[in-house]
Design a binder for this molecule. Structure first.
Ligand code: PEP
Ligand code: MN
Length: 633
């Protein structure tokens, strides 16, 4: 049953209810939702619900109609996000696991790990204990295989999963792996489920060859009842009368399961079809059906594979598939789960990456962005990056603790690229904001006079923003566009030629020890740039703890119906939230459809904002908070 608690329930009252139910033989689990806190009570014993309903602090009692209880959506309305090492599975993410069917040798798993990692897989798979139909087929390398898998996972910074076939192996395996896999043939091996459940570790639960959806969810219930709530379901094809494919992929199971359970569900197109050429199209079908991820078999030389070669993708095919999945993910309102592209050499534990405390920004040393970095951070080292995306990647990788990115300029408008990157990096959040005034300077080699100058280098925007000054004071110089302002200063220094000057910020002049011949030469004094400070989710707290959030940024998609955007914005207005900014961004793969990016003021409105989030999550086809942060500097 589900015991819904009063919002104002006292701790003592809650403890009394839990004790009462436990004494009656129930297993009790507290679930704190955004909407309400409930106790899930499951057990073999029957009890008159009215007794519980009348206890102090209880709002109501609802029986769970399904035979699976802990796994049911009735008990827990919000999606469960399963954490496997540094990877999250569930909600609006698409996590792709890939690797060979079986670990065959250290070299083989290392080579495949490198390929799938580079293509964007986030979890490495590979069987060490293979439940083969024939006793004469390759049975796997056993514990030796686990060692190779772990080694490859560590080298490439990927959590690993592998199949467990015997309850007596559970303890030994738990030392090597991040997630157990229960194979289709063992879905109803209840002793195995119990033993694996007891570890509390994440489990990938394949659907049995002939299992109904209900039986599959009952298997998940076994795991949950024994102690783990970190379960990912995996549709891998079922046995039907059709022989053209190895199994029949039950795509419709995906949306059905998502209605019935809060657990994430992924698809395995490899075992579902058994045919290489069908793996990519069926992967896309699974993503289109709403899958939270994929498990795909990849082999560097499938023709020599010891098992399942005919259904294994070549690395190049997998790479192409990942690009297609990336495009499709935005169409279904999800984002591809990513982990750092690479792990720094020598780090053996991917789950315990210690970030350096560098701050990354885009541009050369001395760029305006560096000024924004200095306003927010005192002594940290900086990490200049070539592109905005490199800043996002460096924060993802842990090469930098925070990234500082321009989001808007008062003259140039929104920097859309960075909004799009924020949408595409679900593990990164906005933790702060910084404003700087952009003051342009005419910078030269020391000792240069105005009349020496024949060329002025700068970013095209810098040149445009100083056009008045140039026209009045240097009418005969030639302006030369450069890729960034600070880079232009570096360039003129390298040239060592007094006939060329640059337009850039003061930090660039200082960094390169050049002279500011004229300061503040911009036509428009109201030239401000607003920056976001981003971090990985787990590092957000340490930045935020110093300040109260007064602003929030969010992104959502609405249905293609009259008034749907209006209805979403109306929720903000109904709850008295002042909107600061609204942008629409085209959704890749959905021509003429848009995601909406909104900023609102949230100071001292925490509770109302939680209500707004709850409503918008229900109302919008997808919804994500990009960050709640303090914008004052
Ligand atoms: C596997 O993924 O290695 C496997 C054997 O799959 P299934 O249990 O779905 O057949
Ligand atoms: Mn296989």
């Amino acid at each position: 049953m589900i015991v819904i608690l009063n919002k104002q329930i006292k701790q003592k009252q809650k403890e009394d209810i839990i004790t009462f139910l436990t004494n009656k033989g129930f297993k009790v689990k507290e679930i704190v939702g955004q909407e309400e806190t409930v106790l899930g009570a499951v057990g073999r014993t029957g009890i008159d619900h009215r007794i519980v309903a009348q206890m102090e602090g209880v709002s109501s009692v609802v029986p769970i109609s399904k035979p699976y209880k802990l796994a049911s959506r009735e008990l827990k309305k919000e999606d469960t996000i399963v954490q496997v090492g540094n990877v999250k599975i569930g909600g609006s993410r698409i996590a792709v696991m890939a690797g060979p069917c079986a670990v065959e040798s250290e070299e083989q798993v290392m080579a495949i790990a490198a390929e799938v990692r580079e293509a964007g897989a986030v979890i490495l798979r590979g069987g060490a204990f293979k439940p083969r139909t024939s006793p004469y087929s390759f049975q796997g390398l056993g514990e030796e295989g686990l060692k190779y898998l772990r080694k490859a996972g560590d080298k490439y910074g990927m959590p690993v999963t592998t199949e467990v076939v015997s309850p007596t192996d559970v303890e030994m395996m738990s030392k090597y792996i991040d997630m157990f896999q229960i194979g289709a043939r063992n879905m109803q091996n209840f002793e195995l489920l119990k033993e694996v459940g007891k570890t509390g570790m994440p489990v990938l639960l394949k659907r049995g060859l002939s299992a109904t959806i209900e039986e599959w969810l009952m298997a998940a219930e076994y795991l949950m009842a024994n102690g783990t709530d970190q379960i990912v379901l995996c549709e891998r094809g079922i046995r039907t009368y059709e022989r053209a494919t190895r199994n029949t992929l039950d795509c419709s199971a995906i949306p059905i399961v998502q209605k019935l359970t809060h657990l994430p569900v992924i698809g395995d197109p490899s075992h579902a079809t058994g045919i290489r050429s069908l793996v990519s199209p069926m992967s896309l079908a699974l993503v289109a059906a709403g899958a939270n991820g994929l498990m795909v078999e990849v082999h560097n030389t499938p023709e020599n594979a010891l098992s399942d070669g005919p259904q294994s993708l070549y690395p190049s095919q997998f790479e192409k598939l990942m690009r297609d999945v990336q495009s499709l993910s935005t169409v279904v309102g999800k984002s591809l789960e990513r982990i750092p592209r690479m792990i720094p050499e020598g780090l053996s534990n991917p789950n315990n990456i210690t970030s350096s405390d560098k701050i990354s920004f885009q541009g050369e040393r001395g760029a305006y962005s560096e000024l924004a970095v200095r306003r927010s951070f005192n002594d940290n080292d900086v990490l200049p990056c070539e592109t905005f995306e490199d800043v996002f990647e460096s924060v993802m990788k842990g090469d930098s603790l925070y990234g500082v990115l321009p989001i808007e300029n008062t003259l140039g408008g929104t920097i859309n690229d960075n909004i799009d990157h924020l949408i595409n990096y679900p593990d990164l959040v906005v933790v702060g904001e910084q404003h700087i005034r952009v003051i342009h300077n005419l910078i030269t080699l020391p000792g240069t006079k105005l009349e020496d100058i024949k060329f002025v280098y700068s970013h095209p925007q810098g040149l445009a923003q100083c056009s008045e000054y140039l026209k009045n004071n240097l009418p005969n110089v030639k302006t030369v566009p450069f890729f960034d302002t600070a880079g232009a200063v570096k360039f003129i220094k390298e040239q060592g030629d007094k006939s060329i000057a640059a337009i850039a910020g003061a930090p660039a002049a200082a960094y390169h020890k050049m002279e500011i011949l004229e300061a503040g030469i911009e036509s428009h004094p109201n030239n401000y740039t607003r920056f976001y400070i981003i971090s990985r989710e787990e590092n957000a707290e340490s930045f935020l703890s110093a300040s109260k959030p007064n602003k929030a940024a969010m992104v959502f998609n609405v249905s293609h119906n009259p008034g749907s955007l209006f209805e979403a914005l109306k929720v903000l207005s109904d709850y008295g939230f002042n909107m600061r900014k609204l942008e629409s961004r085209p959704i890749a793969g959905k021509p003429w459809e848009y995601s909406f990016f909104v900023e609102v003021d949230v100071l001292d409105k925490e509770e109302a904002f939680n209500d707004v989030i709850k409503i918008l999550k229900e109302q919008c086809s997808s919804f994500r908070i990009l960050g709640e942060f303090n914008s004052s500097n």
